[in-house]
Design a protein around this ligand. Structure first.
Ligand code: ADP
Ligand code: MG
Length: 435
């Protein structure tokens, strides 16, 4: 029996595993019902680690055990069957795989399939047809599209206790003197939140605790495409930095999906299809296909809502998109379109329904409920405030007197329902600044 290999990029077995009880239970349930389950989700969210952990739990339930075939390093789709054979034992191509598995009762874990989606779908289809006692647990950023496939999107960790526990654990590994306590609790929470509670991001940042204090790390993270990476690690290249991890997803997208990804990065919170039509020249029909493609590849997540679908992007995907948008030369045009859209919402006209304003979601574009509309000038002030500008800087930037600036600032905060200028940072979209 081949148990999960040690020393893989996911650190299975060599580092502690936290949380995920609900997901492990769901995998058990879904694999009992269906013979194929794909764990989907963005890079670094913990798909591989979860699959390995599940495999470890159930190895004894399958007469022929568990095999884990890691496909992350397979670059040529034609060599997929060979990679699987290598994972299974010394044999040859596709039919051999199927032949080998025909009589087996086994859980086959196919890990990191996203760049081999079509070949994996063919392979899995054949195995399911020929080997009735084999169950397959795949991990992939992109949905595989196999008949009978069930999907389980893997979410980020809960910030407490799991994300903070993971960070503490990984930091302690590199700095035995480190202690989590009341003094640094807020900073640790803020770091986890800033990293969207993505395990890979948390592990990458942990090594920086040897060099910087938590507050400095937070500031580093505020650099757009922050360079924090794992120096000298044995991870596969696509997991060595968040930029590399996101770039791996970017390469999976078609040119049209990439272009939309870049445009969508102007939204800071979640957004509706209606909002998307305002920032692209494409029609709703074209957009739906592209959005479906980005959801399939775990670049966008969809949030349930009673009336309209809302989409959101994780922070690192958004930062990547902002960079690509700048490079594309469309940044000014897209920002203007987004700004006009926000002005429409702020104007509170009948054409801007209430739930669109809400559609701007947990993040910045949302107007706190009950807030009055902002004037164009007040929108500019809100932008500057969110950028951390002082009244003096606002006055200088808009060529108005400091007293007028102070009055505007008071009005903006009151209309948005904020009691202090600190609250606006991170909760308001900059619509005109160059990011
Ligand atoms: N629940 C968890 N507990 C501890 N570490 C985790 C957990 N989930 C993920 N990790 C770590 O985070 C990193 C990224 O996880 P991984 O499973 O490789 O992500 P994915 O396969 O979704 O890209 C790995 O080093 C892994 O060990
Ligand atoms: Mg993986």
């Amino acid at each position: 029996m081949l148990l999960p290999r040690l020393g893989s990029g996911s650190g299975s077995g060599t580092t502690s595993f936290v949380g995920r009880r609900a997901e492990l239970a769901m995998i058990t349930t879904l694999l009992a019902k269906s013979r194929e389950l794909t764990l989907t989700g963005p890079g670094g969210v913990g798909k591989t680690r979860l699959a390995h952990e599940f495999a470890r739990h159930v190895a004894r339930d399958f007469a022929d055990g568990v095999r884990i075939v890691e496909l992350g390093a397979v670059s040529d789709p034609d060599s997929l069957p060979r990679a699987v054979v290598m994972g299974l034992g010394p044999r040859d191509p596709l039919d051999e795989v199927v032949h080998h598995l025909r009589e087996k009762s086994m859980l086959l874990v196919l890990d990191d399939c996203e760049h081999l989606v079509e070949s994996c779908a063919i392979l899995i289809g054949k195995i399911l047809a020929a080997a009735p006692l084999v169950r397959i647990l795949a991990t992939s950023r992109q949905v595989l599209g196999v008949e009978g496939e069930h999907l389980l999107p893997v979410p980020p960790l809960d910030v407490t206790p799991d994300a903070v526990a993971l960070l503490t654990d990984r930091v302690t590994a590199v700095d035995p003197d480190f202690e989590a306590g009341p003094d640094n609790r807020d900073a640790l929470l803020a770091i986890c939140r800033r990293l969207d509670n993505i395990p890979l991001a948390i592990e990458l940042v942990a090594s920086w605790f040897r060099v910087l204090v938590p507050e400095e790390i937070l500031r580093q993270l505020d650099d757009r495409l922050h360079p924090l990476g794992d120096h000298g690690s044995t991870r596969p290249a696509r997991q060595r930095t968040l930029v590399a991890s996101t770039g791996w997803s970017y390469r999976l997208c078609s040119p049209a999906e990439r272009a939309l990804w870049a445009r969508l990065s102007v939204f800071q919170g979640d957004f509706t299809l209606e909002a998307v039509t305002r920032i692209t020249p494409s029609t709703q029909d074209d957009l739906l296909d592209l959005i479906a493609g980005l959801v399939d590849k775990s670049v966008l997540s969809r949030h349930a809502d009673e009336k309209v679908a809302r989409y959101a992007m994780l922070g690192n995907a958004r930062q990547y998109g902002l960079h690509e948008l700048t490079v594309s030369g469309h940044a000014a045009e897209v920002r203007k379109a987004h700004r006009d859209y926000l002005l429409g919402l702020a104007g509170g006209s009948a054409a801007a329904p209430q739930d669109n304003a809400r559609g701007q979601g947990r993040g910045a574009d949302r107007r706190p409920s009950g807030s009055a509309a902002l004037t164009r000038r007040e929108l500019e002030i809100a932008d500057l405030l969110a950028n951390g500008a002082s009244n003096k800087e606002i006055a200088a930037s808009l060529v108005i007197s400091p007293r007028t600036a102070a009055t505007h600032v008071r009005n903006v905060l009151r209309k948005l329902g904020f009691t202090s200028r600190v609250q606006i940072a991170g909760r308001w979209e900059h619509t005109s600044g160059s990011r």
